[in-house]
Design a protein around this ligand. Structure first.
Ligand code: COA
Length: 175
């Protein structure tokens, strides 16, 4: 099988996207190891788990052409990650936009700005399609980002018997 074309969202007013590399381990481990950033995940990630996260993203780039990308300012300051991954909702595959912003950079509109650039990429490359954001029911900031994109609550994922996740979504039309 041919390797898929590697995709990347367009730069925004304040942000650029690029693929994650091993050189991002310090910044990724700081962010994914921060208990506040990881409030709605099972636990903060260890440095080894953050390294695995980077490896997994690199595998996604190779297999699908996309994944979560590093987002940084035009001056190269690390902001977080944002991008597109295949997920499963009630055992059906869906495209998801995901985002993490390091604590010092939160509440400045970065997640919304980055996620909008991902929606544009979806419109160019995948539309018409459903785009989702799968969110812990108590994660208000994440839900606000999804609402800023125009998403509404479309489903609840019950694939895990003891975890319910809110599925926000919208249909993206070709541009
Ligand atoms: C979710 C997250 C990426 C948002 O990043 P951000 O850059 O701060 O988001 P924005 O600045 O674009 O803000 C989006 C909205 O959320 C609101 N918001 C952000 N942080 C908030 C907080 N701690 N409490 C309440 N609202 C908050 C903002 O006010 C904004 O609302 P508005 O558009 O109505 O003004 C960030 O909080 C984060 O990294 N959280 C931890 C990781 C995570 O849970 N990711 C999502 C997994 S599904």
């Amino acid at each position: 099988m041919n390797a898929p074309r590697r995709l990347l969202p367009e730069p925004t007013d304040r942000l650029v996207f690029r693929e994650m590399t091993e050189n991002d381990l310090d910044a990724m481990a700081d962010m994914l190891g921060d208990p506040e950033v990881m409030t709605f995940f099972p636990a903060p990630k260890t440095r080894d788990e953050s390294a695995e996260w980077i490896t997994r993203m690199q595998q996604r780039y190779r297999e699908h052409g996309h994944g979560l990308w590093v987002i940084e300012t035009h001056d190269g300051d690390f902001v977080g990650d944002c991008g597109l991954t295949w997920q499963s909702v009630n055992d059906t595959p869906v495209l998801e936009v995901g985002y993490h912003v390091r604590r010092a950079m939160q509440r400045q509109g970065y997640a919304t700005e980055a996620a909008r650039a991902c929606v544009e990429l979806v419109a160019r490359e995948f539309a018409p399609t459903l785009l989702t954001a799968i969110i812990h029911p108590a994660n208000d900031p994440s839900r606000r980002v999804a609402e800023n994109l125009g998403m509404t609550h479309i489903d609840d994922d019950r694939a895990h018997p003891w975890i319910v996740r809110t599925v926000m979504g919208m249909q993206v039309a070709p541009r």
